[in-house]
Design a protein. Structure first.
Length: 170
């Protein structure tokens, strides 16, 4: 296992992305609490894709680029412009699966299982301003976000609702 970062005298500037990922996870938890929607207990942020192997709520790093959300990658940027991170927020919940007999789940079971991802998609879409807080550092709302929300095909008995979010790193 890697030694903790606290073992080293690392310049605080190096923690901006790490702190932004944690702030995004914290905002996700607060959003679900505000809506009184249960969020899976397993919650974490990571670098890169996460496995859909259990009920969980995750924030995963996709990329980081200079400029504001939506800036064209073909347009040169100055080195002192804000940086935008792209993350995937993913809520994985159990879904309808094959019955013990090997038969497909009933239409009713499929629709009932789809109720949770539908709620997750709406909660995420309706709370975008909670992720655009300029890091919660007292500067007020950030410059805006870009977000898309979709639902993945069931995988291993779980279905993920995911939001890809582009937001400035404070």
């Amino acid at each position: 296992m890697l030694p903790p970062l606290s073992n080293y005298d690392i310049n605080e500037e190096a923690f901006h992305l790490k702190d932004a990922l944690q702030a995004t996870l914290d905002a996700l938890v607060a959003v679900y609490q505000a809506y009184n929607v249960p969020l899976p207990e397993r919650r974490y942020w990571s670098m890169g894709d996460v496995a859909i192997d259990c009920e969980q709520a995750t924030v995963s790093f996709v990329n980081l680029y200079p400029g504001m959300p939506g800036d064209q990658a073909a347009t040169p940027q100055r080195c002192n412009v804000p940086r935008t991170m792209v993350v995937t927020i993913q809520i994985c919940r159990p879904t309808a699966v094959l019955r013990n007999s090997g038969a497909a789940p009933s239409a009713e079971a499929i629709q009932t299982a789809a109720e949770w991802p539908a709620v997750d998609a709406w909660v995420l879409a309706d709370s975008l301003e909670q992720f655009d807080t300029w890091g919660g550092n007292g500067f007020g709302p950030g410059p805006g976000v870009i977000a898309t929300i979709d639902s993945m095909a069931p995988e291993g008995g779980f279905q993920a609702t995911r939001m890809q979010l582009s937001v400035v790193v404070p």
